[in-house]
Ligand binder design. Structure first.
Ligand SMILES: Cc1cc2nc3c(=O)[nH]c(=O)nc-3n(C[C@H](O)[C@H](O)[C@H](O)COP(=O)(O)O)c2cc1C
Length: 209
């Protein structure tokens, strides 16, 4: 049986892991682990994530090294149709910081899975699109925490739907996969800024008996 102080130690360990997950824009390629090991961890994090009815609607494409560079080249080429001047310079600087990393994870949700569930469970039909979004968020957080756990920095980006068509064409992605988020990752090349948190009074209500 666990002693009370062992329980606190576990709580502190979990909180420390969660605190390691921060938004990192300053990414590099200084990672000692092989790409294959990072790839395996990302896959495991997605496999271990929950989904409604265990539908496993999330689909994930992992881009390493030059493939990551290609992703951000695509984003730049699509963005250049809609931004110009200072805004373009600012966006491109940001995108270069993602390309400077070691890779990126593309999170999709398979519309086909949602459609099948809606046919099977008409009572819940309206909920399945929401649950798919929630499952995607859970997979994203699992991967982000897993990467943080091995000292790899990441952030969450949303260049969809602007870049969807080109990405699908380039990596031959099935038509039913809908891009939901992009997570560039790499070595942490800068410390994290302090983060403000809102008051617990505004956020929590706990009830104990
Ligand atoms: C649903 C969601 C969407 C987000 N979209 C973006 C985004 O498009 N670009 C970005 O730089 N960060 C994005 N973020 C990251 C947040 O800005 C960041 O998590 C927040 O400021 C807290 O900082 P932290 O990640 O360091 O804890 C997103 C986060 C969430 C949960």
């Amino acid at each position: 049986m666990e002693l009370p102080n062992e329980k606190s130690a576990s709580r502190i360990m979990v909180a420390q892991l969660l605190a390691k997950r921060r938004t990192q824009y300053s990414l590099g390629k200084n990672i000692a682990l092989p790409d294959e090991e990072i790839d395996a961890l990302i896959r495991e994090a997605v496999r271990l994530s929950p989904s409604a009815f265990n539908s496993q609607s999330s689909r994930v494409v992992i881009l390493h090294r030059e493939e990551n560079q290609k992703l951000w080249d695509i984003v730049k080429s699509e963005l250049s149709h809609i931004v110009e001047g200072e805004a373009k310079k600012h966006s491109f600087r940001k995108i270069d910081s993602f390309a400077a990393g070691a890779g990126a994870v593309l999170f999709f949700e398979d519309r086909n899975v949602i459609r099948i569930l809606q046919d099977q469970w008409p009572l819940y039909a309206d909920h399945f699109p929401d649950w798919s979004e929630q499952a995607s968020g859970m997979a994203q957080l699992s991967v982000w925490i897993a990467l943080a756990g091995i000292g790899i920095g990441a952030s969450l980006q949303h260049y969809n739907p602007l870049v969807d068509a080109k990405i699908k064409r380039h990596w031959n992605i099935p038509e039913t996969w809908r891009l939901r988020a992009q997570m560039p990752f790499g070595s942490n090349e800068a410390p994290f800024p302090a983060k403000t948190v809102i008051s617990d009074n505004d956020r929590f209500r706990s009830f104990f008996r």
